[in-house]
Design a protein around this ligand. Sequence first.
Ligand code: NDP
Ligand code: 8X3
Length: 261
Amino acid sequence: MNRLQGKLVLITGASAGIGAACARAFAARGAHLLLSARRFSRLEALRDELQSAHETEVHIEKLDIRDRGGVESYVAHLLSQGRVPDILVNNAGLSRGLEPFHEGRVEDWEEMIDTNVKGLLYMSRAVLHLMVERNSGHVIHIGSTAGDIVYPGGNVYNATKFAVKALNQGMNLDVVGTRIRISSVDPGLVETEFSQVRFHGDEERAAGVYRGYTPLTADDVADVVCYVAGAPEHVNLMRTVVYPTDQRNPYVLHRETSTAG
Ligand code: NDP
Ligand code: 8X3
């Protein structure tokens, strides 16, 4: 049974990686989409792709999730059009740097906190309020295994994902007695642009993160998000942890060592 048919799904950070894969996966299951990110030309290309492949409505918005006023106006505009999301996927996020804490750049810390925590708060506050009024809806956070176990150099990124885990729990407590579901999908290593962003565009270093084993793909994660979203309404998959088979925790990663050369 496809419970996602006709649902309206708002996805933040839909211009790349897991967010774009979620857009494709929801569209393939008959959902309509509200997609946002900063890189508008990428959203335009994704909208055109999805609308030519599926019977789906796709609305796109240039939005920096760190802009509180922008997020609030966007959601107010959606409401004025009668577009209250059935599902919110809080995906927009990033990591910057892998330095030891005492060498970290404060600008990187602020960008991560503003995006991964404050941006998620702004969007959740605006949308969840509308869901509670309707007594219907599902918020799905993209957390991370980095919110479970810290690793060297992860410091502030880890802290933001621990915050997402706490917010997932807290939001669940606060909507008890409603039909609203709050969930988190927490992946391990997924090959996306994530490491290029983390290493400020150093493509060689980023590629090395995914060498010698089989990481998750963005599509793998999107399938899990759709599974969580498509469960019956009385089933809340509150936290789903997804590792590649080659990775058992942030420290235990099986890499084949190359014998070539
Ligand atoms: P990508 O870099 O491929 O995609 C990140 C997305 O977030 C882009 O669409 C980007 O859009 C958007 N984004 C970043 N900053 C902002 C902002 N200020 N406002 C709006 N959108 C923003 O990375 P992933 O797909 O891997 O990351 C998606 C989520 O998954 C993140 O929350 C990340 O922490 C999480 N995650 C990733 C894992 C991995 O190994 N890749 C593992 C576990 C969790 P644009 O730049 O156009 O604004
Ligand atoms: C992304 C996964 O292990 O690079 O959240 O932190 S990891």
